[in-house]
Design a protein around this ligand. Structure first.
Ligand code: GLU
Length: 306
């Protein structure tokens, strides 16, 4: 088997928090423990929230942690012409239709909602006639039709996860009304073109995997392996987010050494038996997916801050 290819896909909208660091660490360990390579890609589709300055800080943060990459591919904000080609492929397959639903219509109580708050698109605009489409007088979003079929993700951490896109998701948007391509399409194209064989990221993205597997199949890419790692929680049980300043790298870099931080993450995730500083390179020697804790991780950084 050829060497695995993994990826870091950060969104440059602020400093990394420890949840991002943790997912990046596991992605790196999995690939590097098997002699593979890492691709870095800035996910800056949302140009309002992201910036090249943050991207530069993220690169420095990864370097500081010892999480190296072998290749950086162009940021998503520069790839709309490429995404366009794949969008046209969907059109050729007769799988696209324009959607004029407004935000409030989409959040209408009639639409079934899933446990995570997202809704199943009921196909409102799927069968509009050309005349009906003309009456809206505004640019539509574009949805891809999904088949009534079960997708199975065999996840390194979560085990078997299945979804029928028709009943659990509905036709989903691939291009917004303002012309911006959405995450699901961009990430599928980028991972596919970069030859990524393993996608490791936070558990919150597990339900995106079936949509991406569907697009991979349509675009002719092989399915990568998946590992959706546990979320990190603050000591009060909340999920870490970019708002937790004491958990972001800007704050932590001034107070702790990278090996101490990696050691705490590895120990909390059951990768090592004792709380001790360790480098990613050392950790890679003994990495295995079996050891990794499966439940959310409550992270107490106080031992590091002394
Ligand atoms: N850009 C996403 C993030 O920063 C990650 C997406 C992915 O790994 O597929 O959370």
């Amino acid at each position: 088997m050829s060497a695995p290819v993994g990826r870091f896909a950060p969104t440059p909208s602020g400093r990394m928090h420890l949840g991002n660091v943790f997912a990046g660490l596991i992605a790196w360990l999995s690939v590097k423990s098997r002699g593979g390579s890492m691709v870095l890609r800035m996910e800056d589709l949302d140009t309002q929230r992201t910036s090249p300055e943050f991207a530069e800080v993220l690169r420095k943060d990864l370097q500081w942690l010892g999480l190296t990459w072998d290749l950086e591919t162009p940021p998503q904000s520069q790839r709309s012409a490429v995404y366009n080609r794949y969008f046209e492929k969907l059109r050729d397959l007769d799988l696209l239709y324009p959607c004029y639903c407004t935000r409030s219509q989409l959040h209408n109580v009639n639409a079934p909602h899933l446990s995570d708050g997202t809704y199943v698109y009921p196909g409102t605009c799927r069968h509009l006639t050309e005349e009906e489409r003309q009456t809206f007088g505004r640019a539509p979003a574009w949805r891809v039709k999904v088949p009534d079929r079960i997708w199975t993700v065999d996840d390194h951490v979560q085990g078997i996860y299945t979804e029928n896109l028709a009943t659990d998701c509905g036709d989903f948007v691939v291009r917004r009304a303002d012309g911006v391509y959405v995450y699901q399409l961009a990430v599928t194209v980028d991972d596919g073109e970069a030859g990524v064989t393993e996608v490791v990221r936070g558990m919150d993205l597990l339900s995106s995997a079936p949509r991406q597997m569907y697009l991979q199949e349509l675009f002719g890419f092989s399915h990568p392996a998946y590992g959706h790692v546990p979320m990190l929680l603050a000591t009060d049980g909340r999920r870490l987010s970019k708002r937790d300043k004491d958990m972001d790298l800007g704050y932590l870099q001034e107070r702790v050494k990278p090996e101490a931080l990696i050691g705490l993450l590895a120990y909390s995730a059951h990768l090592i038996d004792n709380l001790t500083p360790i480098s990613p390179l050392e950790l890679a020697k003994e990495f295995s997916w079996e050891k990794l804790r499966k439940e959310d991780i409550c992270l107490d950084i106080s031992p590091l801050l002394g």
